[in-house]
Structure formats: structure tokens, C-alpha cells
Design a protein around this ligand. Structure first.
Ligand SMILES: [Zn+2]
Length: 277
């Protein structure tokens, strides 16, 4: 007999939990699945109070951390996530930022050390389904790439010992979704400075790689509230500037690439727990 159904998602910063997995957290929590969010860093390289950017005078990492962890608690409450586990590492910043070179940032912590922390959490919760980013961390941020590595190493260790998780997924942003969003915004007269028709080569996930689409339209309002909870980072959250009536189309489906499964799955998968329930 399977133990309690459990979903664990491994993210890099406070706020990353919302866009790609906020809907599955809300949906599965409502269905009675135990939900666990692991956030690897405290997001110290985010914007400070008053919109002060990292590296600018007056950017106080301690203040940013406290603010962002408080925002994370609000976001998690909106999404109904049952357990939040913080690995507590320092934010490494975007590629090329000063923080990259520090020994104590997440991306520079020896993998064995951070993976051991995650393995301990997997021992505690025994998730059947684990979700994290792809090898490129979705968009190349050093902490997202490191979160991916940590999750893969910990999952391998756990599979050898316990045969769990049964399924491993990468979050995905379908390239076609970006193009559709571009035309939607154009029709709605929303201004944006990004060419959705000429996506950079490595941007988003090729549609043919996506194995799983989960319908989360009923949870879009909660995703919006969770995003808004991360108010200190609002400058960087494009979706908060979209009109509410476009959100169901933009945020109503979450897509994934199933990279491992030891259970039989349907061709057109719409449930991360398919084959396990
Ligand atoms: Zn992030």
C-alpha cells in the first residue's frame, strides 16, 4: 500500500513557486495530496524596499531576505501549500552579478552538501512525484540550474534507497504558449517590449518535448494573489501587469516534461499522479 500521496517541488527563490507550479500546488492540495515546497535560497539578490536593485547603495540583503520570506509565507497561504521547507542558502544572483563569486552562495555550495539536505527532506516526506527545473534552470539563472542539480542528485539517491519518487518532472514553458500570449496581448492592446514571434533559440520548451498539461484554470485567481504577495519583486513580475481577464488563458495550464517514471502513464497525460493513484 502506497503511503500518503505527496507532491514535492524544488524551487530556487521565493516567488518561483507561483508561475510554473502554483496551480498544481493549489489543485493537489485541494484534492488531499500532501504538498511540499522546497525553496533553496532566501532571495537576497532581489529588489530591496523602495525598489533598490542589488549592487545599488542601500540594498540591504538582510532586509530583502526577511521581506521575501514573509512574502513567501503569504504566497504559500494563497496556494494552500501544506509544508514549506527552506534550505536557507544565499541567493547567487543572475549570471555576471558580483554575488556569483562568493563562496557562500547556493551555486557555489558543494553539491553533495546541498543534495544531502534535500535527501533528508525526501526521507521525511517520501514524495511519489518530484518537480524541478530542466538542466538550464528554465532560463539560465545559476540558482535555478543548481536547484535542478540538487534535485536530480537527491532523487537518484532516494530512488536507490526507497524506489521513490516514482515520477520526476521538469517544469516547462511551451514555445507555442509564448507566441499565443504575444497575439493575446496584441489583441488586448497591452504594450510590451518583447518580440514573442522571434523567440531566442533557447527560450521556452519545444512543444514536442512536453508530456503533460495540467488544467489549473480554477486556481488562476489564487495564482494571481500568490504572485501579488511577492510585492517587493513586482518590478520583475511581468504577469502582474496583465489585465485580470487575460490571466485564465495565460496562467490556466501548467506544462511539464516527464523525465522519469516507473509507472505506466497515458499518452496524453493531464495528471502528475497518473499511474500512482
Ligand atoms: Zn528564481
Amino acid at each position: 500500500m502506497e503511503s500518503e500521496l505527496t507532491l514535492m517541488a524544488v524551487h530556487a527563490h521565493p516567488d518561483d513557486e507561483v508561475l510554473s507550479t502554483g496551480g498544481i500546488f493549489a489543485r493537489y492540495a485541494e484534492e488531499g495530496v500532501r504538498t511540499v515546497l522546497v525553496t533553496c535560497t532566501n532571495g537576497e539578490q532581489g529588489d530591496g524596499p523602495g525598489g533598490v536593485k542589488p549592487g545599488e547603495p542601500g540594498h540591504d540583503e538582510d532586509a530583502v531576505r526577511e521581506r521575501r520570506l514573509a512574502e513567501l509565507r503569504d504566497s504559500v497561504a494563497h496556494l494552500g501549500i501544506e509544508h514549506v521547507e527552506l534550505l536557507g542558502y544565499r541567493d547567487s544572483g543572475m549570471v555576471g552579478w558580483d554575488a556569483n563569486t562568493r563562496d557562500d552562495v547556493f551555486a557555489n555550495i558543494p553539491l553533495a552538501q546541498s543534495a544531502a539536505k534535500l535527501t533528508a527532506l525526501m526521507d521525511k516526506y517520501r514524495p511519489q512525484v518530484l518537480v524541478t527545473y530542466d538542466e538550464n534552470g528554465g532560463y539560465g539563472h545559476p540558482d535555478h540550474i543548481q536547484a535542478h542539480r540538487v534535485a536530480v542528485v537527491a532523487a537518484e539517491a532516494q530512488r536507490e534507497r526507497r524506489g521513490l519518487p516514482h515520477k520526476l518532472y521538469h517544469t516547462a514553458m511551451p514555445r507555442s504558449g509564448f507566441r499565443a500570449m504575444g497575439s493575446l496581448l496584441r489583441e488586448a492592446g497591452v504594450e510590451f517590449d518583447f518580440d514573442f514571434d522571434e523567440l531566442p533559440e533557447d527560450f521556452g520548451t519545444p512543444d514536442e518535448k512536453i508530456t503533460t498539461h495540467v488544467d489549473v484554470r480554477s486556481y488562476v485567481d489564487r495564482k494571481r494573489k500568490a504572485l501579488a504577495a511577492h510585492a517587493s519583486q513586482a518590478d520583475n513580475i511581468f504577469f502582474l501587469r496583465l489585465p485580470d481577464d487575460l490571466l485564465p488563458q495565460v496562467l490556466g495550464t501548467e506544462a511539464f516534461v516527464r523525465v522519469k517514471s516507473d509507472v505506466a502513464v497515458p499518452d496524453d497525460e493531464d495528471d502528475l499522479f497518473a499511474g500512482i493513484r
